[in-house]
Design a protein around this ligand. Structure first.
Ligand code: SF4
Length: 329
């Protein structure tokens, strides 16, 4: 039986974040989101475990408590240790398998990694965003790509799983820079990556830049096309892609953000990959005015046809080719 993987998300807002990345709305939502306490975290973990344990016999799942939201390794030490101690208890009892967190690359050093390791931390995800220092500066990240390289190396030295997150469409960014970022990220051999197109959230500096005309977000089509190229780079290296694009569960929706938001962004990206694969074959065989047959596993049918039959229509209009799917179980 295939082991199912669960991340139990515990959102830890980083009230004291000394940075102000142009795209981040943490300052705006600070005060609206209550501080995470051990008691609240316990209740979140228990409610997730209720579901996880109901549908999975012991041993058929891999669950990690995931401290996401801000820069976990930079929050006040006392509350960090309180949360880690709680999570460690779940690991020791065998109800969860590990602990992961997200943080900034310049908030990683020997001291904090030793501490995290002593509480059973298994994975750390770093917000890289870009490998281009000009983009990092324009986004007011407050760190360089060199900080990413050092932190990634150190995390691996401590034997922890490494996750790297990147963004596309940041100020001063270009598709070529994003592709270069993906290649540099891949060369750090992370276990997993996340890809997020930049969205303009209310109350951010990026929203002001957008309103003044100083920043233009990617179109949805541009963001999908670029993300599909990045996915190819990571897939080629066998790197797990944990997430592509923000979702409504991240507190965003089409009415609250501007930019390339779509509630099924990842599906659009995988659908674009199918389009590229089929088109490469069509071009290689110089096909047109015909029917193109393709074996379609049941769970890939909608990706192959495309959202709202986008791919089917694309091949019909461009090559007068009809897609014919041979359904496979
Ligand atoms: S470091 Fe993270 S929490 Fe702080 S402003 Fe940047 S994105 Fe937001």
């Amino acid at each position: 039986m295939k082991q199912r993987v669960f991340h139990i998300p515990v959102f830890v807002p980083h009230k004291g974040c000394p940075h102000d990345c142009v795209f981040c709305n943490q300052r705006k939502i600070t005060g609206q989101i209550e501080e995470m306490t051990a008691a609240k975290a316990r209740s979140i973990i228990e409610s997730h475990l209720e579901t996880i344990e109901k549908y999975n016999d012991r041993g058929t799942y891999y669950a990690e408590i995931a401290f996401f939201g801000g820069s976990f390794t930079a929050i006040e030490r006392e509350s960090m240790q309180e949360l880690l101690s709680l999570a460690h208890g779940y690991v020791l009892s065998g109800r969860v398998n590990g602990i992961r967190c997200s943080t900034r690359p310049d908030c990683i050093d020997d001291e904090v990694l030793s501490l995290c390791q002593s509480y059973g931390m298994t994975a750390i995800e770093l917000g890289v965003q870009s490998a281009d220092d000009e983009v990092l500066t324009a986004s007011n990240r407050g760190h360089t790509f060199d900080d990413v390289t050092k932190a990634a190396t150190l995390i691996k030295l401590y034997g922890m799983e490494l996750g790297l997150q990147m963004m596309t469409g940041l100020p001063c960014d270009t598709p070529a820079k994003s592709i270069e970022t993906a290649k540099k990220i891949a060369s750090l051999s992370p276990d997993s990556v996340r890809i997020y197109p930049t969205l303009v959230m209310e109350g951010t500096h990026l929203a002001l830049m957008h309103d003044s005309g100083a920043y233009n977000p990617q179109t949805l089509d541009e963001a999908v096309a670029l993300a599909s190229e990045l996915v190819s780079i990571f897939k080629e290296k066998g790197i797990t892609i944990l997430r592509i694009g923000l979702q409504t569960t991240d507190g965003v929706n089409a009415s609250t953000v501007k930019g390339p938001y779509h509630n099924a962004f990842a599906e659009l990206v995988y659908s674009r990959l199918w389009r590229r694969k089929i088109e490469d074959d069509i071009m290689a065989k110089s096909l047109h005015d015909t029917t193109y047959e393709i074996d379609a596993p049941a769970d890939k049918i909608s990706q192959i046809i495309g959202h709202k039959r986008e791919n089917a229509e694309y091949f019909k209009h461009k090559y007068n080719i009809m897609l014919k799917l041979n359904h496979k179980k």
